[in-house]
Ligand binder design. Structure first.
Ligand SMILES: [Mn+2]
Length: 326
Protein backbone atom coordinates (compact mmCIF):
# COMPACT_ATOMS: atom_id res chain seq x y z
CA UNK A 1 0.00 0.00 0.00
CA UNK A 2 1.41 3.43 -0.93
CA UNK A 3 1.20 6.03 1.80
CA UNK A 4 -1.82 8.22 1.12
CA UNK A 5 -0.39 11.62 2.12
CA UNK A 6 -2.85 13.61 -0.03
CA UNK A 7 -5.91 12.04 1.54
CA UNK A 8 -4.50 12.38 5.07
CA UNK A 9 -3.63 16.04 4.38
CA UNK A 10 -7.19 16.73 3.19
CA UNK A 11 -8.76 15.11 6.26
CA UNK A 12 -6.48 17.10 8.60
CA UNK A 13 -7.05 20.36 6.70
CA UNK A 14 -10.83 19.94 7.13
CA UNK A 15 -10.66 18.94 10.80
CA UNK A 16 -11.46 21.28 13.70
CA UNK A 17 -10.34 18.80 16.38
CA UNK A 18 -7.73 16.04 16.13
CA UNK A 19 -6.97 13.43 18.78
CA UNK A 20 -3.42 12.06 18.59
CA UNK A 21 -2.01 8.96 20.27
CA UNK A 22 1.30 7.15 20.21
CA UNK A 23 2.42 3.76 21.47
CA UNK A 24 2.73 2.59 25.06
CA UNK A 25 6.17 3.26 26.62
CA UNK A 26 6.86 5.92 24.00
CA UNK A 27 10.33 6.54 22.61
CA UNK A 28 11.41 9.87 21.14
CA UNK A 29 10.08 8.94 17.69
CA UNK A 30 6.63 8.16 19.07
CA UNK A 31 6.38 11.24 21.30
CA UNK A 32 8.22 13.48 18.84
CA UNK A 33 6.04 12.61 15.85
CA UNK A 34 2.82 12.98 17.87
CA UNK A 35 3.76 16.27 19.59
CA UNK A 36 5.38 17.65 16.43
CA UNK A 37 2.28 17.07 14.32
CA UNK A 38 0.04 18.39 17.12
CA UNK A 39 2.04 21.65 17.32
CA UNK A 40 1.76 22.06 13.54
CA UNK A 41 -2.01 21.45 13.59
CA UNK A 42 -2.44 23.95 16.44
CA UNK A 43 -0.56 26.54 14.38
CA UNK A 44 -3.31 26.00 11.77
CA UNK A 45 -6.03 26.66 14.36
CA UNK A 46 -6.90 23.01 14.98
CA UNK A 47 -7.68 21.87 18.55
CA UNK A 48 -5.50 18.91 19.53
CA UNK A 49 -5.31 16.42 22.34
CA UNK A 50 -2.36 14.04 22.79
CA UNK A 51 -2.05 10.87 24.86
CA UNK A 52 -0.52 7.40 25.12
CA UNK A 53 -1.75 4.42 27.09
CA UNK A 54 0.62 4.33 30.11
CA UNK A 55 -1.11 4.78 33.47
CA UNK A 56 0.18 6.92 35.02
CA UNK A 57 1.72 8.68 32.01
CA UNK A 58 5.14 9.33 33.61
CA UNK A 59 6.83 10.78 30.50
CA UNK A 60 10.57 10.03 30.17
CA UNK A 61 12.91 12.73 31.53
CA UNK A 62 13.99 13.92 28.07
CA UNK A 63 10.34 14.59 27.17
CA UNK A 64 10.47 17.89 29.06
CA UNK A 65 12.57 19.24 26.16
CA UNK A 66 9.76 18.45 23.70
CA UNK A 67 7.31 21.36 23.42
CA UNK A 68 3.77 20.24 24.16
CA UNK A 69 4.75 17.41 26.53
CA UNK A 70 3.23 19.49 29.34
CA UNK A 71 -0.17 19.24 27.60
CA UNK A 72 -0.29 15.42 27.45
CA UNK A 73 -3.48 13.98 28.93
CA UNK A 74 -3.95 10.53 30.50
CA UNK A 75 -5.72 7.90 28.39
CA UNK A 76 -8.92 8.23 30.43
CA UNK A 77 -9.18 11.93 29.47
CA UNK A 78 -8.80 11.11 25.73
CA UNK A 79 -11.92 11.66 23.55
CA UNK A 80 -14.06 8.51 23.34
CA UNK A 81 -15.24 8.96 19.76
CA UNK A 82 -13.07 11.52 17.92
CA UNK A 83 -13.98 12.45 14.36
CA UNK A 84 -10.28 12.34 13.43
CA UNK A 85 -7.64 10.33 15.25
CA UNK A 86 -3.94 10.07 14.40
CA UNK A 87 -1.74 7.24 15.69
CA UNK A 88 2.04 7.58 15.69
CA UNK A 89 4.72 4.87 15.45
CA UNK A 90 2.43 1.94 16.29
CA UNK A 91 3.58 -1.24 14.53
CA UNK A 92 0.57 -3.17 15.75
CA UNK A 93 -2.89 -2.43 17.09
CA UNK A 94 -2.08 -3.64 20.61
CA UNK A 95 0.60 -0.93 20.96
CA UNK A 96 -2.33 1.43 21.61
CA UNK A 97 -3.51 -0.74 24.52
CA UNK A 98 -6.74 0.76 25.93
CA UNK A 99 -6.69 3.56 23.32
CA UNK A 100 -7.34 0.90 20.69
CA UNK A 101 -11.05 1.06 21.58
CA UNK A 102 -11.03 4.74 20.63
CA UNK A 103 -9.38 3.93 17.29
CA UNK A 104 -12.21 1.47 16.61
CA UNK A 105 -14.83 4.19 17.16
CA UNK A 106 -13.07 7.17 15.53
CA UNK A 107 -14.43 8.57 12.25
CA UNK A 108 -11.06 8.50 10.46
CA UNK A 109 -7.86 6.98 11.79
CA UNK A 110 -4.68 8.25 10.15
CA UNK A 111 -2.13 5.59 11.04
CA UNK A 112 1.41 6.99 10.67
CA UNK A 113 4.18 4.42 10.99
CA UNK A 114 7.35 3.02 9.44
CA UNK A 115 7.46 -0.56 10.73
CA UNK A 116 7.76 -3.30 8.11
CA UNK A 117 5.46 -5.53 10.16
CA UNK A 118 2.60 -2.98 10.00
CA UNK A 119 -0.01 -4.28 7.57
CA UNK A 120 -1.81 -1.09 6.73
CA UNK A 121 -3.79 -0.35 9.89
CA UNK A 122 -6.12 2.67 10.06
CA UNK A 123 -8.70 4.08 7.64
CA UNK A 124 -5.81 6.04 6.09
CA UNK A 125 -2.49 4.22 6.24
CA UNK A 126 0.71 6.27 6.07
CA UNK A 127 3.23 3.51 6.47
CA UNK A 128 6.57 3.46 4.69
CA UNK A 129 9.04 0.82 5.91
CA UNK A 130 11.80 2.71 4.03
CA UNK A 131 11.33 5.80 6.20
CA UNK A 132 13.89 6.28 8.95
CA UNK A 133 11.29 7.25 11.49
CA UNK A 134 7.68 8.19 12.04
CA UNK A 135 8.99 11.75 12.44
CA UNK A 136 10.22 11.60 8.81
CA UNK A 137 6.70 10.50 7.79
CA UNK A 138 5.19 13.42 9.72
CA UNK A 139 7.63 15.81 8.02
CA UNK A 140 6.40 14.57 4.61
CA UNK A 141 2.77 14.90 5.71
CA UNK A 142 3.37 18.48 6.87
CA UNK A 143 5.03 19.28 3.53
CA UNK A 144 1.98 17.88 1.75
CA UNK A 145 -0.30 20.07 3.88
CA UNK A 146 1.90 23.14 3.31
CA UNK A 147 2.50 26.24 5.39
CA UNK A 148 5.03 27.36 7.98
CA UNK A 149 6.44 24.78 10.34
CA UNK A 150 6.47 26.09 13.93
CA UNK A 151 9.77 25.83 15.85
CA UNK A 152 8.00 23.55 18.36
CA UNK A 153 7.40 21.01 15.59
CA UNK A 154 11.01 21.13 14.39
CA UNK A 155 12.51 20.19 17.76
CA UNK A 156 10.01 17.35 18.25
CA UNK A 157 10.65 15.84 14.82
CA UNK A 158 14.41 16.22 15.19
CA UNK A 159 14.30 14.20 18.44
CA UNK A 160 12.65 11.26 16.65
CA UNK A 161 14.94 11.52 13.65
CA UNK A 162 18.06 11.41 15.83
CA UNK A 163 16.98 8.47 17.95
CA UNK A 164 15.39 6.21 15.32
CA UNK A 165 18.47 6.55 13.11
CA UNK A 166 20.84 5.83 16.03
CA UNK A 167 22.23 9.36 15.66
CA UNK A 168 22.16 9.05 11.85
CA UNK A 169 24.09 5.79 11.64
CA UNK A 170 21.51 3.09 10.80
CA UNK A 171 20.82 1.69 7.33
CA UNK A 172 17.55 3.63 7.01
CA UNK A 173 19.44 6.97 7.16
CA UNK A 174 19.10 8.22 3.57
CA UNK A 175 20.27 11.47 1.99
CA UNK A 176 16.62 12.54 2.32
CA UNK A 177 16.74 11.85 6.09
CA UNK A 178 19.77 14.12 6.37
CA UNK A 179 18.15 16.82 4.23
CA UNK A 180 15.12 16.73 6.55
CA UNK A 181 17.42 16.94 9.59
CA UNK A 182 19.12 19.96 8.06
CA UNK A 183 15.78 21.64 7.38
CA UNK A 184 14.71 21.04 10.99
CA UNK A 185 18.00 22.41 12.32
CA UNK A 186 17.33 25.71 10.56
CA UNK A 187 14.85 26.31 13.39
CA UNK A 188 16.29 27.72 16.61
CA UNK A 189 16.61 24.98 19.27
CA UNK A 190 19.46 23.62 21.37
CA UNK A 191 20.20 20.36 19.52
CA UNK A 192 23.28 19.57 21.63
CA UNK A 193 21.32 19.83 24.87
CA UNK A 194 18.51 17.72 23.38
CA UNK A 195 20.88 14.91 22.38
CA UNK A 196 22.56 15.03 25.80
CA UNK A 197 19.17 14.60 27.43
CA UNK A 198 18.46 11.67 25.12
CA UNK A 199 21.82 9.87 25.36
CA UNK A 200 23.91 11.13 28.25
CA UNK A 201 21.55 11.06 31.16
CA UNK A 202 22.15 7.68 32.80
CA UNK A 203 21.77 7.33 36.55
CA UNK A 204 24.80 5.55 38.08
CA UNK A 205 22.41 2.80 39.26
CA UNK A 206 21.74 2.00 35.59
CA UNK A 207 25.44 1.90 34.76
CA UNK A 208 25.90 -0.68 37.55
CA UNK A 209 23.09 -2.76 36.06
CA UNK A 210 24.87 -2.67 32.69
CA UNK A 211 27.76 -4.32 34.53
CA UNK A 212 25.44 -7.11 35.73
CA UNK A 213 24.10 -7.69 32.21
CA UNK A 214 27.56 -7.63 30.61
CA UNK A 215 28.84 -10.06 33.25
CA UNK A 216 26.32 -12.61 31.94
CA UNK A 217 27.02 -12.12 28.26
CA UNK A 218 27.02 -15.35 26.23
CA UNK A 219 28.28 -15.92 22.71
CA UNK A 220 26.49 -18.61 20.66
CA UNK A 221 28.94 -18.83 17.78
CA UNK A 222 26.99 -21.33 15.61
CA UNK A 223 23.98 -18.99 15.62
CA UNK A 224 25.97 -15.79 15.15
CA UNK A 225 24.46 -14.46 18.41
CA UNK A 226 25.45 -12.69 21.62
CA UNK A 227 22.89 -12.35 24.36
CA UNK A 228 22.27 -11.55 27.98
CA UNK A 229 19.30 -11.21 30.31
CA UNK A 230 17.89 -9.25 33.24
CA UNK A 231 15.23 -10.36 35.70
CA UNK A 232 12.77 -8.31 37.71
CA UNK A 233 14.92 -9.10 40.76
CA UNK A 234 17.96 -7.55 39.00
CA UNK A 235 15.98 -4.37 38.29
CA UNK A 236 14.66 -4.25 41.85
CA UNK A 237 18.09 -4.72 43.40
CA UNK A 238 19.62 -2.05 41.18
CA UNK A 239 16.68 0.29 41.74
CA UNK A 240 16.29 0.77 37.98
CA UNK A 241 13.01 1.27 36.13
CA UNK A 242 12.55 -1.20 33.20
CA UNK A 243 12.14 1.67 30.71
CA UNK A 244 15.64 2.89 31.65
CA UNK A 245 17.18 -0.26 30.14
CA UNK A 246 15.95 0.38 26.58
CA UNK A 247 19.41 1.36 25.30
CA UNK A 248 21.28 -1.55 26.86
CA UNK A 249 20.98 -3.49 23.59
CA UNK A 250 23.15 -0.81 21.98
CA UNK A 251 26.07 -1.90 24.18
CA UNK A 252 25.52 -5.64 23.49
CA UNK A 253 25.34 -5.20 19.73
CA UNK A 254 28.83 -3.73 19.54
CA UNK A 255 30.23 -7.29 19.87
CA UNK A 256 32.82 -7.87 17.15
CA UNK A 257 32.20 -10.40 14.36
CA UNK A 258 28.71 -11.28 15.60
CA UNK A 259 25.64 -10.42 13.57
CA UNK A 260 22.82 -10.68 16.10
CA UNK A 261 22.56 -9.27 19.61
CA UNK A 262 19.70 -10.03 21.99
CA UNK A 263 18.65 -8.94 25.43
CA UNK A 264 16.01 -10.90 27.30
CA UNK A 265 14.28 -8.82 29.96
CA UNK A 266 11.72 -10.08 32.42
CA UNK A 267 8.47 -8.11 32.55
CA UNK A 268 6.25 -7.49 35.57
CA UNK A 269 3.98 -10.38 34.50
CA UNK A 270 6.97 -12.75 34.64
CA UNK A 271 7.28 -13.23 30.87
CA UNK A 272 10.43 -12.18 29.01
CA UNK A 273 10.64 -9.41 26.46
CA UNK A 274 13.24 -10.08 23.77
CA UNK A 275 14.91 -7.23 21.87
CA UNK A 276 17.06 -8.26 18.91
CA UNK A 277 19.37 -6.34 16.59
CA UNK A 278 21.24 -7.48 13.46
CA UNK A 279 24.21 -5.94 11.70
CA UNK A 280 22.59 -6.90 8.39
CA UNK A 281 22.72 -10.66 7.81
CA UNK A 282 19.40 -11.66 9.39
CA UNK A 283 15.80 -10.58 8.80
CA UNK A 284 14.69 -10.08 12.38
CA UNK A 285 11.20 -8.81 11.46
CA UNK A 286 10.61 -12.35 10.14
CA UNK A 287 12.21 -14.01 13.17
CA UNK A 288 10.20 -11.88 15.61
CA UNK A 289 6.99 -12.55 13.67
CA UNK A 290 7.55 -16.30 14.13
CA UNK A 291 7.34 -15.66 17.87
CA UNK A 292 4.31 -13.38 17.64
CA UNK A 293 6.27 -10.10 17.67
CA UNK A 294 7.35 -7.61 15.01
CA UNK A 295 9.56 -4.71 14.08
CA UNK A 296 12.11 -3.87 11.41
CA UNK A 297 14.49 -6.10 9.45
CA UNK A 298 17.45 -5.16 11.66
CA UNK A 299 15.64 -4.32 14.91
CA UNK A 300 12.72 -6.27 16.28
CA UNK A 301 11.16 -7.63 19.43
CA UNK A 302 8.72 -10.12 20.90
CA UNK A 303 7.56 -11.57 24.21
CA UNK A 304 8.39 -15.09 25.35
CA UNK A 305 6.63 -17.18 27.97
CA UNK A 306 9.82 -19.27 28.47
CA UNK A 307 12.82 -18.57 30.68
CA UNK A 308 15.96 -16.86 29.31
CA UNK A 309 17.88 -20.03 28.31
CA UNK A 310 14.89 -21.69 26.63
CA UNK A 311 13.94 -18.41 24.94
CA UNK A 312 17.43 -18.01 23.50
CA UNK A 313 17.52 -21.67 22.41
CA UNK A 314 14.43 -21.02 20.31
CA UNK A 315 15.82 -17.74 19.01
CA UNK A 316 19.09 -19.47 18.02
CA UNK A 317 17.09 -22.11 16.12
CA UNK A 318 15.13 -19.44 14.26
CA UNK A 319 18.39 -17.65 13.36
CA UNK A 320 19.76 -20.91 11.93
CA UNK A 321 16.61 -21.15 9.78
CA UNK A 322 15.15 -24.11 11.66
CA UNK A 323 11.36 -24.27 12.20
CA UNK A 324 10.15 -22.83 15.53
CA UNK A 325 6.91 -22.33 17.40
CA UNK A 326 6.11 -19.53 19.83
MN1 LIG B 1 9.91 4.73 15.14
Amino acid sequence: MTPDFERAARVLADATDVALACHVNPDADALGSMLGLAAFLRSKGVETVCSYPNEPLEPPRWAELLPGADRLVPAKAFPKEPAVMVTCDCAAFDRLAQLGHVANRAGEVIWIDHHRSNEGLGSISLNDPQASSTCEMVFRLIETMGGEMPDETAVCLYAGLVTDTGKFQYEATTPETLRIAARLREHPFDHARLVQALYEDNPPTYLKLVGVALGRLEHVADSDLVWTYLTQADLREAGVHPAETDDLIDVIRTARDVDVAAIVKQQKDGRFKVSVRSRGDHDLARVAAAFGGGGHRLAAGYTSAHGPAETVDRLAKALRGEPVTA
